[in-house]
Design a protein around this ligand. Structure first.
Ligand code: AVJ
Length: 321
């Protein structure tokens, strides 16, 4: 299954990866952008996380989507194009596509072109009337929609998975503003966001008993070692995850168990015993705080759905014509 390349062809984002990692390791406190978790192994580990008993977000969101797909579909205009930001596997979009046959086009947008082309090929036979128009792009930047999606009578953005939680609040606002620009007047946006809840539930979701989240976190060091000639010793770093109640976010860190030096891309980085690399923030919202953020950049609340325990939310917003 896994092809072993004798000579590694650098991936297109390699130089960004290198400069982001080196810059983050030079900073105080040390940090690394969470988007770099998702290499092949990292994506597989995240898939395993979504199946853990402690990790409720994916299960809750799928349940909300399945239970309320018809109500959500009622808000979608006839002939609209569904634009998914950061689609990866289109498992969640499939639920909407099946419930809303009035959708004329599906535009999965992801930085990983290979993955969405494959996904598009898998989707087409299942939705024969649907135009599937993948776009390879960074969802935090402006990008152009395919002409057929632009010509559709309306555009509906879809941003599930609480990916918005990985952004700082000001970045989340910038994303929502960018999405408005891309989708245009009269658009709709459907967002999945994780909600504030008892701290025990949050901490357990990021400290699973099976240690999969720890492995996911540590895989970042494996990736740095492989792609940037890093010398991280995996058994000298430990997974830390905790809820920061003041900032409404789970923080993930990798803590050095001892004082040590590590080389990455030819540079040397010193760690104190206990010093951490901050690898991820996962912001938790209230229904009101997310709506306020969206309203601030022009999106009007149009619908809210949650699961029975109010662990997770799907919210719909619309833009004025
Ligand atoms: C994919 C960003 C939604 O924040 O819960 C899971 C990533 N990190 N366990 C999240 C993640 C640790 C996940 N998101």
């Amino acid at each position: 299954m896994v092809a072993v390349a004798r000579k590694r062809i650098p991936p297109p984002q390699a130089s960004d990866f290198e400069s982001d990692i080196v810059e983050g390791l030079r900073a105080t406190p040390k940090r690394v952008p969470a988007k770099y978790f998702y290499d092949g192994a990292g994506s597989q580990l995240f898939e395993r996380i979504t199946e853990l008993p402690e990790y409720y977000p994916t299960r809750c969101e799928l349940r909300i989507l399945r239970e309320h797909a018809c109500d959500i579909a009622k808000l979608i205009p006839e002939g609209a194009a569904l634009v998914e930001f950061g689609s990866g596997s289109s498992k969640k979009a499939r639920i909407l596509l099946a419930a809303a046959p009035k959708l004329a086009a599906y535009v999965p947008v992801d930085i990983c072109g290979e993955m969405i082309e494959q996904e598009a090929a898998d989707l087409r036979p299942d939705f024969p009337g649907l135009k599937v128009l993948p776009v390879t792009a960074d969802i935090t930047q402006a990008f152009k929609l395919p002409a057929e999606a632009k010509a559709a009578p309306a555009r509906v953005g879809f941003f599930p998975g609480s990916t918005i939680g990985n952004f700082e609040p000001h970045e989340a606002a910038a994303f929502l503003r960018n999405a408005a620009g891309i989708l245009g007047p009269g658009a709709m946006l459907i967002i999945g966001a994780d909600l504030i809840k008892p701290v025990e539930v949050l901490n357990a979701a990021y400290n699973d008993a099976a240690g999969v989240t720890a492995k996911f976190n540590l895989n970042l060091l494996v990736r740095i070692n492989r792609e940037l000639g890093g010398t991280f010793k995996l058994d000298t770093f430990e997974h830390h995850a905790f809820y920061n109640g003041e900032r409404h976010r789970i923080e993930m860190h990798l803590a050095s168990l001892k004082r040590q030096k590590v080389k990455v891309a030819g540079d040397t980085f010193e760690f104190r015993a206990g010093e951490t690399i901050h690898t991820e923030n996962s912001y938790k919202y209230s229904l009101a705080s997310l709506a306020a953020l969206a309203r601030g950049v022009g999106w009007q609340p149009a619908g809210v759905w949650t699961d029975r325990s109010d662990y997770f939310s799907i919210q719909a917003f619309t833009l004025a014509e």
